[in-house]
Design a protein around this ligand. Structure first.
Ligand SMILES: [Zn+2]
Length: 455
């Protein structure tokens, strides 16, 4: 007979996996230590940078020391863009307004201005339709896109989605209407003087004009000033540069499954981040959650039926090249991916998951999420995954994303404020625990999660 004192002495070796995961996650303090490590080793890890390559080596080592199997780098080619040292937006005229403070950050991918800057009048617009309606009004001007994220929208991610076209496509639209540069109000619900960068893109056949984000408070000052002084002139200076393409890697490690080892549950986050702040929430937290979830399962000796594969993707922020390389490299087994879970919504307290799974699989996932009710993370809403796993949507891989409390995410997102101290250890370890529970239970679930027939 197994003596009772042995059970008491080794509680982590006994009982329900969900209880064991939660207890081990909350007791270890490891999720935050992992994030601290990453933020120290590679605070700036934009694709193509030295920091990104340091992060790759760090992640490989972290996976190995967490006890993962088949740890490896998988190659991808990424863009290399450098911010440079100069970013300024100054009021040139009228003279009495020259002290107006307009903090800016170049948007990722922007071309530089001439070293003397671009000096021009300004036209403020709230949308591409508004810009088109102003006809020739933008010709020769700096186009100022100033539609805020809508605070009336309940989900800040939806509000972001409703405003971010200005950042992604503002430069193209400005150029099409004869504009010489584009200034975009930062994507944040907070009104402050911290500008937020992010990806933008150009279009072949359209003039490439420089583009930058101005802080939300700066945008409000500029807007007020323009109403009083419509003939205002600004000078924009940026010295960023496109350095072509360089090789990089996704970092992959596994817990090989038992009975159904050929079937895969993917758990992913992105290793790259912007070159401001430390990418602590975006997506250092996601990386820490993935690493901690996998470490917990190994430490508890929990081996699910299916293979659990951790993937830390490169280049989510400005190209999703890592995600696309993953899909190419795993074409032959993509149909055996039964679920792809991503965590890229910050290291705030977990609330649950979104998924596009349907039918019996959805019911099974809902039952797993319900186990996280005591942790406050039992939501299961219709939705998809994040940008990386969404590449697998075309192969009909069911997608899922970890949902976190979203109210403060965009205050820090892509800005100097996205630092370790903005992440709370307790919230982060709860996120890791929720991810570990979902990943393990989905990988260990019955045939309702297997993809019997192509969906
Ligand atoms: Zn992200």
């Amino acid at each position: 007979m197994f003596p009772a004192f042995a059970i008491l002495a080794f509680p982590l070796l006994q009982g329900d996996p969900v209880d064991r995961i939660l207890a081990a996650a909350l007791g270890s303090g490891k999720a935050y230590a992992t994030l601290r490590d990453l933020c120290q080793v590679a605070p700036h890890r934009l694709s193509g940078s030295e920091g990104a390559e340091r992060a790759v080596l760090w992640a490989k080592e972290a996976m190995a020391s967490a006890g993962l199997e088949s740890v490896r780098l998988e190659p991808c080619s990424v863009p290399k863009w450098e911010r440079g040292k100069v970013a300024s937006l100054e009021v040139i005229a009228p003279a009495e307004s020259r002290a107006t403070w307009l903090p800016v950050l170049a948007l990722g991918g922007s071309v530089a201005t001439p070293s003397s800057g671009i000096e021009a009048g300004v036209i403020e617009v709230t949308s591409f339709e508004d810009l088109a309606a102003k006809g020739e009004g933008a010709r020769g001007k700096i186009v100022f896109f100033d539609r805020p994220m809508d605070p009336k929208v309940l989900d800040p991610f939806e509000a972001y989605g409703g405003a971010v076209d200005q950042r992604g496509r503002g430069a193209v639209e400005a150029a099409k209407h004869g504009g010489v540069a584009a200034i975009v109000r930062s994507m944040s619900l907070a009104v402050d003087d911290v500008p937020h960068t992010g990806a933008m893109h150009y279009e072949d056949g359209t003039q490439r004009v420089p583009t930058a984000a101005v802080s939300t408070a700066g945008a409000e000052r500029l807007s007020a000033l323009l109403r009083a002084k419509p003939d205002l002139r600004l000078r924009l200076r940026l010295d960023c540069a496109d350095r072509g393409e360089v090789p990089s890697s996704n970092v992959v490690g596994e817990i090989r499954g038992g009975k159904l080892a050929d079937e895969i549950v993917l758990v992913g986050a992105h290793l790259d981040g912007w070159d401001v702040g430390q990418g602590a929430h975006d997506d250092g937290s996601g990386c820490a959650e993935v690493l901690e979830a996998m470490r917990l399962l190994r430490a508890l000796d929990l081996r699910p039926a299916r293979t659990l594969r951790a993937v830390l993707f490169m280049n989510e922020e400005n190209g999703t090249r890592g995600a696309r390389a993953y899909r190419e490299a795993h074409r032959d087994e993509v149909a055996r991916h039964v679920l792809a879970i991503e965590t890229d919504r910050g290291g705030f307290a977990p609330r649950g998951f979104s998924t596009d799974a349907a039918g019996d699989a959805l019911a099974a996932l809902r039952a797993i999420a319900a186990r996280l009710e005591p942790a406050g993370a039992s939501q299961l809403r219709a939705g998809g995954g994040g940008a990386d796993v969404s590449v697998l949507q075309q192969d009909r891989v069911p997608l899922m994303e970890l949902l976190a409390e979203p109210s403060r995410y965009f205050d820090v997102h892509h800005s100097e404020r996205d630092t370790l101290d903005a992440v709370h250890p307790r919230e982060l370890e709860l996120g890791a625990a929720a991810l570990a529970v979902m990943a393990f239970e989905a990988a260990d679930a019955g045939p309702e999660l297997s993809r019997q027939t192509p969906r």
